[in-house]
Structures are given as structure tokens and as C-alpha cells.
Design a protein around this ligand. Structure first.
Ligand SMILES: Cc1cc2nc3c(=O)[nH]c(=O)nc-3n(C[C@H](O)[C@H](O)[C@H](O)COP(=O)(O)OP(=O)(O)OC[C@H]3O[C@@H](n4cnc5c(N)ncnc54)[C@H](O)[C@@H]3O)c2cc1C
Ligand SMILES: NC(=O)c1ccc[n+]([C@@H]2O[C@H](COP(=O)([O-])OP(=O)(O)OC[C@H]3O[C@@H](n4cnc5c(N)ncnc54)[C@H](O)[C@@H]3O)[C@@H](O)[C@H]2O)c1
Length: 489
């Protein structure tokens, strides 16, 4: 039986970053992946496919040019599911190739098979041809990710009633789509298909959506969706989903309203993929959603040499944060602990339009009793916005009145997920409103919105002391706190 310094189960963002980190520290590393190709949910059914689909939909539909040429403008008249898939396959191939090359040049071994514990240091790997092998390690990282939540009362058929994995295999772009669940996955796909002129209805049991995002941004976003005829139904649960005699999906809501559509996307959350790991053999137990509890600093489970990172440990469940968690876990496992991560990480929602945010929301600032001022810029106020034909897009910054420090940046609109990093840098470097007022930005750019929003806030805050004091008593550790809290919850 081969023994390794570190065995990583799952080759998604957490697993791959952990494996390469440990290999760079000259440790022997084995990655076990049950999927046909390495990359995890992120590469095969999650982040990369959904973002590629979004980019293809926006390009082929001519969405970005409609500000100039009108709502009926299209680059390609009839967009088929094959059109959407073609680019997907090329992107995925490239991603896998890059990853395999990274593994080989860093001497990370990887095998295909499903891993399960036989004891706390040994895993049995069942390969696809039925062959079974055993491997052991000094440390083990579980980065097994999640799969879509599929309740038994939903009659999934892989064609008309589908989850987010199956969406990538649809045969045609539906004329009408009901999305159940207004979480990040539901909203991203709902708005992507709406950009393809599919008639989209979203059903969400809660009274609102995306509650972790600044309310003003969600309101602007919601207005834009309704303005283009998307139907958003809040506060209603789905009682029944069935197919009628014409093959149409029929959905009954708790208020007895009946909706019909060609396709239903059920996107009501995900479950940790821990069921096949035989956790009891390692002395571990998952929660009711299949997730593992870890020490938020080190990502160790209750069995100290077994680590868990990525979506399997819960919120924020992002590829970006998963990679960082994997790196921290691997460093700890091989005796080279990482330093504490910066306070803030960004959150990007690749809906149409994009939303991105970093730091505290206005609601959180109020809750903490921090005296504050906001600065707002509309993209239509920027010259770049005029050139691009943008009539929507909003950037909002929140500053402490006491210390002048930036507390949060929130953006909805074109390029939000890229633009947010300027605000993130200022936040983590503890910058103030004066940074935006005193620095020159490239012109014409959308980044100019930072200048406009900074000036907007500054006009109400007035001149500050030459050396702005560093914040005291304003704990700005929301993001880090969230990452730690989630890992320990
Ligand atoms: C539709 C969608 C869109 C998303 N968009 C974004 C986005 O835009 N930005 C972002 O940051 N995040 C996004 N995410 C989230 C992101 O994909 C996840 O946070 C990320 O993939 C989690 O990485 P992970 O390392 O935990 O493992 P995963 O990527 O989930 O991979 C886990 C791997 O483990 C393997 N595995 C499981 N059990 C076993 C076993 N017993 N033996 C061997 N192998 C096993 C699985 O086959 C899988 O390949 C999206 C997710 C979805 C579903
Ligand atoms: N851009 C990104 O970073 C990105 C994109 C997609 C997914 N993700 C990650 O993937 C994770 C999973 O996303 P998700 O959207 O599946 O989950 P989620 O938990 O974010 O959202 C699920 C939604 O479904 C609703 N819901 C729950 N039970 C329901 C039911 N029975 N019927 C109808 N609605 C129900 C919930 O109220 C919630 O609004 C997220 O945590 C997210 O971080 C990230």
C-alpha cells in the first residue's frame, strides 16, 4: 500500500490548490477524483460552465449592444443549445489541460476513483473498472464539494424538470422557464436565459432574495429584472410539479396559483457530497446537509489529521474562497501554517447584470451603530458608460464619518465583478474617502465611477484631517468573520 504525506479527495478549487501547495513544499501528494476528468464542480458543472454560458449568451444575443441598437438587436437570430455548448466544451478542455499540466509539473499524482475511509489514515479507492486499491496518508484533505439538492417529491426527468447540472445538457433553449429558488445559482441562470429572450419566472419561498447583498443594490437589480418582464414571485412555496398531457410543466404554488412552462430549473440549494466517504470509519460525522464542521483557522475536522475545505464546509461556498481554504489547510497539514488572510474577500454574482460586493452593507453599518456616509455613482454619468451605451449600473461606497475609512463597496452593472477589486484593495489597505478624491483614474473607464462616488460622499463629509486616524472600535472583520463562522458552524 502506498503512503503519502497528503491525500486530497476531490480535485475542485480547494483540492487542487491544496495539492499544489503541499507539492511545492516538497511533500508527496495524491489526489483522488471520481469524476471522468479533474477540475471538480467548478470546472465541469459550476463556475466555469455557467460563466462560459453567460458570456456566450451575451455575445450571441448582442445584449451589450442593445443600449444602442434597441431591444430587438441580436448578433445571431436563432440561438440553439448547441451554440451555447460549443464554446463551453472548448473552455472546459482548456481548463482541464491547464490543471493536468499543473499536477504533472508539480509531481502531484492523481487517480480516478471513489474514495472511502477504512480507518482514519487509510482510504479505499474504487476505480471505474471495479478494481479496488488502498492508500494511506499522514494527513487527508476532504474537498469533496457538493451536489444539487434533489428532494424526492420533485419529478426530475433530466429534460424538462432539471437541476443545475442537467441544465448544461438541454437540447434546446426553452421558450419559457420557471426557476425554483432565488439563490445565486437560480438568479444567475434565470437572468442568463432572460437575456436569451426566454420568458422567465422565479419562485422563492422567502419574501426577498440575496439577503446578504446591500438592500439598495438588490432593489436596483430587482427593478431591472422586472423592467425586462421577468416575473419574480416571493413568499410562495412549490406544492407540486408535474407534466401535463402536452408535455408542459405545471407548477402549483402554496397560494393555489398555477404556473406553466416548457422547462423547470430546480435550484434550491446544494448538499455536501460526504455520503460515500464512510465517515464513521474515520470517526467523523456530517450534518443534515452533508457538511463537515472544521476549525475556522486551520480547517481541521474533529480528527486533527483530517482536514476539510471548500463547499463541503458550507458558506461562502465560492471557488475563490475554496482555493484559499485548501491552501491554508494544506500548509497547516504539512507543518507550514499560513498567515491570517486579509479582512475582506469579494462576492461576485454573475447574473445579468452582474452584482459584486466587498465589506459591510449599509444595513450592517446601521446595525453596528457606525456613523456613516454613502457615495453613489451611476455608470451613465461616466464617459465610458456613454461609449458603451449603458443606461444602468450603480456603484455605492460606504464610509465611516469618524475615521473616513471605506467600509463597503457594492456594485450592480456591467463589469461589477472586476471593478470591485479596486474597492477591495482600498478596504484591505484601510484607505479612506480621500483616496478616491485625490487619485487620478484612467479616463474614460467605468472605474471613474469610484471617483464620482468618492466625490459624492466627500461633498457631504467635507475636508478631513490631513492624516486620517486608523479605525478603532469599528470591527470590520465581516468577511473574515463570515469565513471563520461558516467553517465552525
Ligand atoms: C452553477 C454554479 C455556478 C457557480 N458559480 C461560481 C462563481 O461564479 N464563482 C465562484 O467563486 N463560485 C461559483 N460556484 C461555486 C464553486 O463552483 C464552488 O465553490 C467550488 O466548486 C467548490 O470547490 P470544492 O473544492 O469544494 O469542490 P468541487 O468543485 O465541488 O469538487 C469536488 C470534487 O470532489 C469529487 N468527489 C466527491 N466525492 C468524492 C469521493 N468520495 N472520491 C473521489 N472524489 C470525490 C467530485 O467528483 C468533485 O469533482 C458555482 C457553483 C455552481 C454549482
Ligand atoms: N457567482 C457565484 O459566486 C456563485 C454562483 C452560483 C453558486 N454559487 C454558490 O453555490 C452555492 C449554492 O447556490 P444555490 O443557489 O443552489 O443555493 P442557495 O442556498 O444560495 O439558494 C437556494 C435558494 O433556494 C431557496 N429554497 C430553499 N428551499 C427551497 C424549496 N424547497 N423550494 C424553493 N426554493 C427553496 C432558498 O430560499 C434560497 O433562496 C451558494 O452558496 C453560492 O455561494 C456561487
Amino acid at each position: 500500500m502506498n503512503h503519502y504525506d497528503l491525500i486530497v479527495v476531490g480535485s475542485g478549487p480547494a483540492g487542487r490548490r491544496a495539492a499544489i501547495q503541499a507539492a511545492k513544499l516538497e511533500k508527496s501528494v495524491l489526489v483522488i477524483e471520481r469524476g471522468r476528468r479533474v477540475g471538480g464542480v467548478s470546472v465541469h458543472t459550476g463556475t466555469i460552465p455557467s460563466k462560459t454560458l453567460r458570456e456566450t449568451a451575451l455575445n450571441l444575443s448582442g445584449w451589450r449592444e442593445r443600449g444602442f441598437y434597441g431591444q430587438s438587436y441580436r448578433v445571431k437570430q436563432d440561438i440553439s443549445a448547441d451554440d451555447l455548448r460549443r464554446r463551453l466544451l472548448i473552455t472546459l478542455d482548456h481548463e482541464v489541460e491547464v490543471l493536468e499540466h499543473q499536477f504533472s509539473r508539480n509531481r502531484v499524482q492523481h487517480i480516478r476513483g471513489t474514495a472511502k475511509f477504512t480507518d482514519p489514515n487509510t482510504l479505499e479507492v474504487e476505480k471505474t473498472d471495479g478494481e479496488v486499491m488502498h492508500v494511506s496518508a499522514t494527513s487527508i484533505l476532504l474537498s469533496v464539494g457538493t451536489r444539487p439538492y434533489r428532494p424526492t417529491n420533485i419529478p426530475f426527468d433530466g429534460a424538462a424538470i432539471i437541476d443545475s447540472d442537467e441544465l448544461l445538457e438541454i437540447k434546446q433553449v426553452p421558450r419559457s422557464l420557471i426557476v425554483v429558488g432565488a439563490g445565486v445559482i437560480g438568479i444567475e441562470y434565470a437572468t442568463i436565459f432572460s437575456a436569451l429572450d426566454t420568458q422567465v419566472t422565479v419562485v422563492e419561498p422567502r419574501q426577498s432574495m440575496l439577503d446578504f447583498i446591500d438592500k439598495e443594490i438588490v432593489e436596483d437589480f430587482t427593478y431591472q429584472l422586472r423592467d425586462r418582464n421577468m416575473k419574480l414571485i416571493f413568499g410562495q412555496t412549490v406544492e407540486k410539479i408535474e407534466k401535463d398531457e402536452n408535455g408542459k410543466c405545471r407548477i402549483e404554488l402554496s397560494n393555489h396559483r398555477v404556473l406553466q412552462s416548457e422547462t423547470v430549473l430546480f435550484a434550491a440549494g446544494r448538499m455536501g457530497a460526504t455520503d460515500t466517504l464512510n465517515l464513521p470509519a474515520a470517526g467523523l460525522e456530517a450534518d443534515s446537509r452533508g457538511r463537515l464542521k472544521v476549525d475556522p483557522e486551520t480547517f481541521q475536522t474533529s480528527v486533527p489529521h483530517i482536514y476539510a475545505a471548500g463547499d463541503v464546509v458550507g458558506f461562502p461556498s465560492l471557488a475563490s474562497t475554496s482555493m484559499e481554504q485548501g491552501r491554508i489547510a494544506a500548509r497547516h497539514a504539512v507543518g507550514a501554517p499560513a498567515s491570517e488572510p486579509p479582512q475582506y474577500f469579494p462576492y461576485g454574482i454573475y447574473a445579468v447584470p452582474e452584482i459584486s460586493t466587498c465589506g459591510l452593507t449599509e444595513e450592517e453599518v446601521i446595525e453596528r451603530g457606525i456613523p456613516y456616509e454613502t457615495g453613489i455613482a451611476h455608470f451613465r454619468e461616466t464617459s465610458r458608460g456613454h461609449i458603451m451605451g449603458l443606461d444602468t449600473g450603480l456603484l455605492k461606497m460606504i464610509f465611516s464619518r469618524k475615521t473616513r475609512r471605506l467600509l463597503g463597496v457594492h456594485i450592480v452593472g456591467e463589469g461589477a465583478t472586476e471593478l470591485v477589486h479596486i474597492g477591495q484593495a482600498v478596504l484591505n489597505l484601510k484607505g479612506t474617502v480621500d483616496y478616491f478624491v485625490e487619485n487620478t483614474f484612467n479616463y474614460p473607464t467605468l472605474a471613474e465611477a469610484y471617483k464620482i462616488a468618492g466625490l459624492d460622499a466627500w461633498n457631504r463629509m467635507g475636508e478631513g484631517p490631513k492624516e486620517a486616524p486608523v479605525a478603532t472600535g469599528e470591527s470590520l472583520d465581516k468577511n473574515l468573520g463570515v469565513m471563520k463562522k461558516a467553517a465552525s458552524s
